[in-house]
Design a protein around this ligand. Sequence first.
Ligand SMILES: [Zn+2]
Length: 100
Amino acid sequence: MPRSNRPRGRRPRGGSVSEELDVERILLGARHTETRRGTAWTVQPISAANAQKDYVCPGCGRQIPPGIAHVAVWRADGVLGDLADLEGRRHWHTHCWRIA
Ligand SMILES: [Zn+2]
């Protein structure tokens, strides 16, 4: 993939180089775990090319149409088992998840 095609988001003001790389890595799609209010969630970025269905974002209640990069989120603590957690995943607009 040509580097010129990579999305270039807003740069953190005054952020260090390592912080910027970290943000970029998340935006470009490494699966990672986030903890929200004591619950661990697996966050899997879905690229535009892999977004092939309509989803409804739980954050804003609006549709995520095919071709829009977003994130799939499911519980990472495994109380229901990995498969059940995966089946219960929700698709969020990237922005909505970040402010959720
Ligand atoms: Zn949303």
